[in-house]
Design a protein around this ligand. Structure first.
Ligand code: PMP
Length: 407
């Protein structure tokens, strides 16, 4: 059959990342590439109890169709959990926060309209936006995220619909916005009349101190907030939520209804059962402690193994990722197969950029591998980098010798 494809399907690129990562699935490879939470953090027995409870006492409702908005008590629990005044009527339970990105894109983007993003940004968001055929516009960013003055400048040109921001322990860089930056960014968005879509799946995974208040808490009428249960409970549940002002909520709800009627009610009831009685207050600190330790192991290994190389990184204060910038001349897409040969995989930085990529960058996850694996993976990565630099130096010498006139 020769299928005639819709124009939008042209925009659904076969996840660049998935293609790249195929090589990493070989046995024996230590993958620092995936964005998987540690299975050691999954609260299995709490789920076993909650599952028995849901099936024992609410089986009919848990196995039946349900409301598109989500399970009322879970919407209330989400509203109670957030650090600003949220009406549960503004909470929409989604099939992961990834669905929140899809719904926002469907409701707000037309072909050719502009969506402002960080440099670099979450690849999965670029993928969720792409079928709506917008023009992604990269806003200049530093170690704290977007620069407010560039946000203002980019918001002024063309038909900008929203800016997509990740203020806490960003995927892929691990960076966070300071209090002052949040104030300035919100002010810039307000001034430009530009809505903010705030994505915060990692905010609870802080190591030393909680991050400053979300952007949405400062400007609730101008923001859509996306949250997730993936990183604090388990990603296989596929449960997240969005909080939207009443002026846009009904449209998001209609898009949700058309997409999947509702998110799995069995999972929603189970999560509510797990969460009640303050479970997350006891459970999340154990994830923080585990990830902080893993981060420390990786930082120590990097300092040790990369010594003497022009490698830079920012120490993440939470979340799952560390962003490396390798010495000049190294292209991380080209480096990956060599690293895989030495038994280690990472994600090259290029796919995370909406415009010109910094090809020296790469993303590492410190949460899924064991301590031992992290140490040997970083050692293998450093060897690969040194080997590539040596090859390049040898090639340059050869070129120089070839250019030398014969005596
Ligand atoms: N946003 C960001 C920044 C993410 O890193 C992820 C997960 N990789 C998601 C959204 C989607 O998460 P989920 O759908 O599991 O909630």
């Amino acid at each position: 059959m020769k299928w005639k494809l819709a124009a939008r399907s042209e925009k659904m690129n076969p996840s660049v990342l998935r293609e790249i990562l195929k090589v990493t699935e070989r046995p024996g490879i230590i993958s620092l590439a995936g964005g998987l939470p540690s299975p050691r953090a999954f609260p299995v027995s709490a789920f076993a109890d909650a599952c028995a409870q849901v099936l024992g006492t609410q089986a009919e409702a848990a196995l039946q169709y349900a409301a598109s908005e989500g399970y009322g008590p879970l919407r209330q629990a989400v509203a109670d959990m957030l650090p600003w005044d949220v009406d549960p009527a503004q909470v929409l339970i989604t099939t992961g926060s990834q669905q929140g990105l899809d719904l926002v894109a469907k409701v707000l983007l037309d072909p050719g309209s502009r969506v402002l993003v960080e440099t670099p940004t979450y690849l999965g968001a670029l993928q969720a936006f792409a079928p709506m055929e917008p023009e992604p516009v990269a806003v200049a960013s530093d170690g704290q995220g977007v620069l407010p003055e560039d946000l203002l400048a980019k918001a002024a040109g063309g038909d900008a619909r929203f800016v997509y921001l990740l203020p806490n322990f960003q995927n892929p860089t691990g960076r966070s916005m300071s209090e002052a930056r949040r104030v300035a960014v919100v002010e810039a968005a307000r001034q430009a009349g530009l809505p903010i879509v705030e994505d915060n799946p990692y905010g609870e995974l802080w190591f030393d101190q909680p991050p400053p208040l979300p952007l949405t808490a400062r400007h609730p009428q101008g923001c859509i907030y996306l949250g997730s249960f993936s990183k604090v409970l388990a990603p296989g549940l596929r449960l997240g939520f969005l909080v939207a002002p009443k002026s846009i909520f009904p449209k998001l709800l209609q898009a949700k209804q058309a997409a999947d009627l509702h998110s799995p009610i069995f999972n929603q009831r189970m999560v509510h059962e797990v969460m009640k009685d303050g479970f997350l207050d006891r459970h999340v600190p154990t994830i923080r402690a585990l990830y902080k330790h893993q981060r420390d192991v990786m930082i120590e290994a990097l300092r040790h193994e990369m010594a003497g190389l022009d490698v830079t990184f920012q120490t993440p204060a939470g979340g799952m990722f560390l962003w490396l910038r390798l010495p000049a001349g190294i292209d991380t897409v080209e480096l990956l197969p060599h690293a895989v040969e030495r038994g280690v995989a990472f994600v090259p930085g290029a796919p995370f950029y909406a415009d010109a990529a910094d090809s020296r960058t790469l993303r590492l996850s410190y949460v899924t591998a064991s301590e031992e694996q992290i140490r040997s993976a970083i050692a293998a990565l450093a060897e690969t980098v040194r080997e590539q630099l040596a090859h390049q130096a040898a090639a340059r010498t050869e070129q120089l010798l070839a250019a030398e006139p014969a005596p």
